[in-house]
Design a protein around this ligand. Structure first.
Ligand code: SAH
Length: 476
């Protein structure tokens, strides 16, 4: 059916009716076309739905809006498996079958390379899907709040007081002080839910206070969990101040959940939630857990960075190593190396690995991980990659045969792409968690490089996030 409003002018508060959703754009937004104008849609709609849309932006060439009503549902839809679907910001793509999710991700990588990069490239290799599509995260952080998010059904009638309720769960997107109370989360293996629900039950029974982020008061703040493929389990409970209630709570938790291998607590009297500048204290166990990628072991402390999906992290590194095409003779640079995991993973097939990473603590971990795994041919350096990777650095550590680069979502700084063109390593493997900025950077690199292989990897099932690996070969 044709939409009832011809959307050609710049008007606000326009409601479009009967709009067929046709595809996905970047960042998980759905897409429709109304009289040639692209409309980006929020509100959990999928291609094949027919919806009414209230526009929030209406520009000359494009518009943006939220679906206010779904007139008919797409036949592609499937039943979401989580009771918190629709409110929780977590697994937003559950209403799409997994095969369909992967097809959209694959398509999006291709679209970005074509439309943003204007690149020529060989046919994409099929996206590497996950075997574990649920309970795949090794890290989760829950938040305590005295302001539970209330659904419409829970809201009192007009004039009545809004009930105050505690919550232990996830922040509601865009509402910074509201937390959705989570019963069962499907993102992590047990005992994740058991730990969370045991703490909640104890806190309610003993009337322990939950943090109020606006008033900056209350005791229980965050719960950070690591459940590893090795079976090790770490819990870090973050509270506002030392309190005698702590002993009762932590001892009760250990008694109820014997699977916990290490238990920590952290005192956070600050306004913000980050524990990066705080000192977690060990209550029980060795204070860290270990995770394995192939036969390499990585030590993960309460503040360490590690790929949050171990299974697909390993799959991603295997693709990266394959693309690098190592024979044992190569000098490999691992840019944005984090805790050195890619460099360590490829080290046996390389002559030498040189890793660079901004965060000093991550470099300390990288060195420790290399030593613990008997990797003697890797060196790691802390600092901004733009400052570190200069001519003197390359001269000192050797001309790169392969550069592996894995920047954050913003992609590489232009100074770095310029440097890579100057250094002109025979091969570059570009690992990206944002194919849009990757396409932009590849366009710059296309001056000297051709794209040989492209393979997306699905690290985060039921979300719109995409990881993509590209192999570049120097042209001459
Ligand atoms: N390759 C790693 C981490 C990738 S995440 C892994 O697979 O685990 C990107 C990393 O880039 C982060 O660790 C971040 O701290 C680092 N980073 C961000 N900006 C940087 C910069 N300008 N110079 C060096 N490292 C940077």
């Amino acid at each position: 059916m044709k939409p009832s409003y011809l959307c050609t002018r710049e008007e606000k508060n326009v409601v479009l009716e009967n709009v067929p959703v046709t595809g996905y754009a970047a960042e998980g937004k759905a897409l429709a076309r109304v009289d040639g104008k692209v409309v980006f849609l929020e509100g959990g709609v999928v291609p094949g739905d027919v919806v009414d849309v209230r526009l929030s932006k209406n520009k000359k060439d494009w518009a943006e809006g939220k679906a206010t009503h779904i007139r008919s549902y797409s036949p592609q839809r499937t039943e979401p498996f989580c009771e918190h679907f629709g409110l929780c910001g977590g697994c937003k793509w559950q209403m799409l079958p997994y095969e369909q999710q992967m097809a959209y991700k694959q398509q999006q990588v291709e679209d970005h390379l074509r439309r943003i990069g204007h690149l020529s490239f060989p046919p994409l290799e099929p996206i590497l899907g996950a075997e574990h599509t649920r309970r795949y995260r090794n890290k989760l952080e829950f938040t305590f709040s005295n302001k539970a998010y209330l659904t419409d059904a829970e809201m009192p009638a007009k004039g009545e007081e809004i009930p105050r309720r505690n919550a232990l769960g996830f922040h509601i997107p865009r509402l910074f002080d509201k937390v959705l109370d989570i019963n069962t989360c499907h993102l992590m293996e047990e005992p994740a839910n058991l730990i969370k629900n045991t703490i909640r039950a104890y806190a309610e029974k003993h009337d322990l206070s939950y943090y109020d982020i606006r008033q900056q008061q209350g005791w229980l703040r965050n719960l950070v969990l690591r459940v590893c493929s090795t079976g090790e389990v770490m819990a870090n409970l973050v509270v506002h101040h030392e309190d005698e209630a702590l002993k009762g709570l932590l001892d009760h938790l250990l008694e109820q959940v014997p699977a916990i291998t290490t238990l920590l607590y952290t005192i956070n009297p600050k306004k913000n939630d980050t524990i990066f500048d705080l000192e977690p204290k060990i209550w029980f166990g060795k204070g860290y857990v270990e995770e394995k990628l192939e036969d390499f072991t990585f030590k993960i402390g309460p503040k360490s960075f590690f790929q949050t999906n171990t299974y697909q992290g390993e799959a991603l590194y295997k693709v990266t190593r394959e693309f690098a095409g190592l024979t044992g003779k190569e000098t490999v640079y691992d840019l944005y190396c984090g805790t050195g995991s890619i460099g360590i993973f490829v080290s046996r097939q390389a002559k030498k690995v040189v890793g660079i990473e901004l965060i000093k603590e991550a470099i300390d971990d990288a060195k420790e991980n290399a030593a613990a795994n008997g990797v003697a041919n890797a060196e790691f350096f802390a600092g901004d990659v733009i400052d570190i990777a200069d001519d003197a650095f390359f001269a000192a550590h050797g001309a790169p045969d392969v550069i592996i680069t894995d920047p954050p979502r913003a992609g590489m700084h232009e100074k770095l792409t310029a440097k890579l063109l100057e250094v002109a390593a025979p091969r570059i493997v570009y690992v990206s968690c944002n194919p849009a900025t990757q396409a932009r950077d590849l366009a710059l690199l296309s001056e000297k490089y051709t794209i040989e292989r492209v393979r997306p990897v699905d690290m985060f099932p039921h979300t719109h996030h995409i990881e993509n690996v590209v192999l570049l070969q120097r042209k001459y």
